[in-house]
Design a protein around this ligand. Structure first.
Ligand SMILES: [Zn+2]
Length: 212
């Protein structure tokens, strides 16, 4: 399959590799499909490198949106913010004040991150479709970071207010393990936080789009 080129700048919603095939037969259509755990994007052979980059990003974003629509309705950004406020209220006495919570497709190495100075939280779109208690646990982790940097005793004491944290971590470790990633996650901490990653994931799926 030497007609397939690995596109290095982008990964799929579950960390899938993105492979690009240039097709001499294609004139104006671009397609994305899942194959053997990879995302396969076919583009016209006449595309420039710049067009290729643009379309790869566009098609992956579109696939993410399409798959997100199939996930439970509670998972819009507004619903995420509501969920964050509920979690803060229930487990932190309402002390953490998130200003926004959004899904991010740019976090393939982390489950979540936050910016304490402005109260924004981002969750990896890889969490979409995972059980509620898992999403809430990552949310809780980020909410605690709005109050406490790092993972010291104070952080652990606050996390202990969320009773399902350990169970959720086990779930996330299992996800990482099944994708051959180090369990526990390789958290890439910069005062903010995160963990884990992904790879593979089948489910036949196809999206076609007309290039212009
Ligand atoms: Zn953290």
């Amino acid at each position: 399959m030497n007609d397939l080129a690995l596109h290095e700048h982008v990964t799929g919603p579950r960390g899938e590799r993105v492979l690009v095939r240039r097709s001499a037969r294609r004139r104006r259509t671009v397609s994305i499909s899942r194959r053997d755990g990879d995302l396969l994007i076919a583009i016209p052979a006449t595309f420039s490198a710049r067009q290729e980059r643009q379309w790869v990003t566009k098609m992956v974003d579109q696939l993410v949106r399409k798959e997100a629509r199939r996930a439970p309705a509670r998972r819009s950004d507004e619903a995420l913010l509501r969920m964050a406020r509920e979690v803060s209220e229930a487990h932190l006495g309402g002390r953490a004040h998130p200003s926004s919570v959004t899904w991010s497709s740019r976090q393939n190495q982390r489950w979540g991150s936050c910016t304490p100075t402005d109260g924004s939280i981002r969750l990896s779109h890889q969490l979409q479709g995972m059980p509620d208690y898992v999403v809430r646990s990552v949310m809780m982790h980020e909410l605690v970071h709005l109050l406490v940097p790092g993972h010291g005793p104070e952080f652990k004491a606050l996390m202990a207010n969320y009773p399902l944290a350990e169970k959720a971590q086990g779930f996330l470790d299992g996800v990482s393990w099944s994708k051959n990633l180090p369990p526990g996650g390789g958290e890439v901490d910069e005062g903010a936080d995160g963990e884990g990653t992904a790879a593979a994931g089948a489910a036949p799926d196809q999206l076609e789009r007309r290039a212009r």
